[in-house]
Design a protein around this ligand. Structure first.
Ligand SMILES: CC(=O)SCCNC(=O)CCNC(=O)[C@H](O)C(C)(C)COP(=O)(O)OP(=O)(O)OC[C@H]1O[C@@H](n2cnc3c(N)ncnc32)[C@H](O)[C@@H]1OP(=O)(O)O
Length: 431
């Protein structure tokens, strides 16, 4: 691995802050298996996950080798428990409105040991991560979160939302289009390469998606080592009438013990590159025999399913929640990297309490949707903290709510018209 972020030195400010607390910050040497395994075990412990087996550790070592792994050590306690904080990060393309994705700093595995929480370890790590990203020249950082109360303080704002579904398939009934392609069972080994290509194609077509690494793609295709119900995973592909692969579904069917006609089908991933593939794969699960309930999550907020069934109350959204959180580190670079669906001009006053990119900027959007952003001393039309700009950035309809809660003030209508996109952004995976 030669990515520059792997050799970028640790952030000295974070290291000094942790030193004052008697702790040591380091990058994990992933060629040292014992050190790598200790970090992976600390990460699992931090999320209350089971201790990874030897096979799971081996798989994670291989699939996570592209990540920059950071550890916080307490050298005063027994070495076996010595890693008390973890974070992993890497650079990858994030799709933004318009044709070109933007490289973003993706942050994951933020854990602090329950024995060391609420002493400022995360407060040292997160700004340190943002400084590393800024030093690498990245304009945006992003993460998916375990709790929505944590990351706003460091300038992240929720920028995509995801829906979860519970469907009573027999009562829902299918009225969607008849599709003319072919469904067939396949296996991860047979289909891995094609499914990875389909994931890339699906995700490139929508703002808010990231380029999945092998690890993240694998989780949508096959059970990782140690996954519950791994032997129940099924993989079905959908090929169009010409035999061209257009999508796939990974799912698990459980239950049925007390009533064999009442199994539950959980969708692990439903990946489609065409509306036909989306319809064909939904129809496949809605018409599955012996299934009384279908569940899905991390779907977009505009999932067309209710329009594809006879009784739309039988395809219920059980929740819509914040999913991707975005942190802008360079306002001009980030805003110029996306396209806009409406032309116009606005002066934004952006407050960044961590000092990465605050200031006053004029955003000029041309008729073709491209933008120019310059620092200005003109009067501001609209003011907001950097977290609000992160929420607007990918095109979500966030401006009215942010204004209602006092997190944007001024010409909210223009900011909404400029930033919002007709199609809501979506992130269809966790990372
Ligand atoms: C991108 C991801 O990886 S998301 C996953 C986040 N990790 C988890 O959920 C695993 C379980 N939780 C943890 O490991 C830890 O509690 C962490 C990482 C969330 C926080 O680590 P800590 O070192 O305890 O945080 P720290 O002491 O620096 O607190 C920072 C601030 O966040 C607040 N905070 C910390 N955890 C939480 C929380 N779970 N919910 C709300 N606020 C929190 C603290 O009160 C503090 O607030 P302040 O700035 O107003 O004083």
């Amino acid at each position: 691995m030669t990515e520059p972020y792997l050799s970028q030195p640790i952030d000295e400010t974070a290291a000094a802050k942790l030193r004052e607390a008697g702790l040591r910050l380091s990058l994990v040497d992933t060629s040292d298996t014992a050190a790598y395994d200790a970090w992976l075990s600390a990460d699992a412990r931090g999320f209350h996950a089971k201790q990874p087996s030897a096979a799971a550790l081996a798989q994670e070592r291989e699939l996570l080798a592209h990540r920059r792994l950071t550890a916080v050590h307490d050298d005063a306690i027994p070495a076996s428990a010595g890693i008390v904080g973890t974070v992993s990060s890497w650079a990858a393309p994030l799709t933004v409105p318009g044709p070109r994705p933007l490289d973003a700093w993706l942050i994951s595995s933020v854990t602090v040991s329950p024995t060391h929480r609420r002493r400022g370890i995360a407060s040292a790590l997160l700004p340190g991560q943002l400084r590393v990203a800024k030093d690498l020249g990245l304009a945006v950082a992003a993460l998916t979160v375990s709790e929505s109360t944590i990351y706003g303080r460091w300038g992240f704002g929720p920028s995509t939302f995801a829906s979860s579904w519970s469907i009573a398939p027999r009562r829902a009934g299918w009225i969607g289009p008849k599709t003319t392609g072919r469904l067939s069972f396949t296996t991860p080994d047979e289909f891995r390469e094609t499914s990875r290509e389909l994931l890339v194609r699906q995700n490139e077509a929508r703002a808010g998606e990231i380029r999945l690494t092998d690890y993240l793609a694998e989780r949508q295709i096959a059970p990782l080592e140690g996954t519950t119900d791994a032997e129940r995973y099924r993989l079905v592909r959908y090929d169009g009438p010409d035999g061209d692969p257009q999508g796939f579904i990974t799912y698990v069917i459980t239950g049925g013990e007390s009533d064999f006609t009442d199994h539950t089908l959980d969708i692990v991933a439903l990946v489609s590159t065409t509306p036909e593939a989306n319809a064909a794969l939904w129809r496949y699960v809605i018409e599955m025999d012996l299934v009384g309930k279908v569940r899905a999550n991390t779907r977009g907020v505009d999932e067309p399913l209710p329009w594809l069934v006879k009784d739309l109350r039988q395809a219920q959204i059980t929740g819509v929640q914040d999913h991707l959180w975005t942190r802008i580190l360079d306002v001009p670079a980030a805003l110029e990297a996306r396209r806009y669906e409406s032309s116009g001009s606005i002066v934004l006053d952006v407050e960044d309490s961590l000092g990465f990119t605050g200031g006053r900027f004029r955003l000029d959007v041309a008729a073709d949707g491209s933008a120019q952003v310059r620092a200005t001393e003109d009067a501001a039309d609209v003011s907001m903290p950097i977290s609000s700009l992160g929420s607007l950035y990918l095109g979500a309809s966030a401006a009215p709510g942010l204004a209602a809660s006092g997190r944007i003030s001024g010409d909210v209508e223009t900011v909404d018209r400029l930033f919002r996109t007709a199609v809501a952004p979506r992130l269809s995976s966790w990372f």
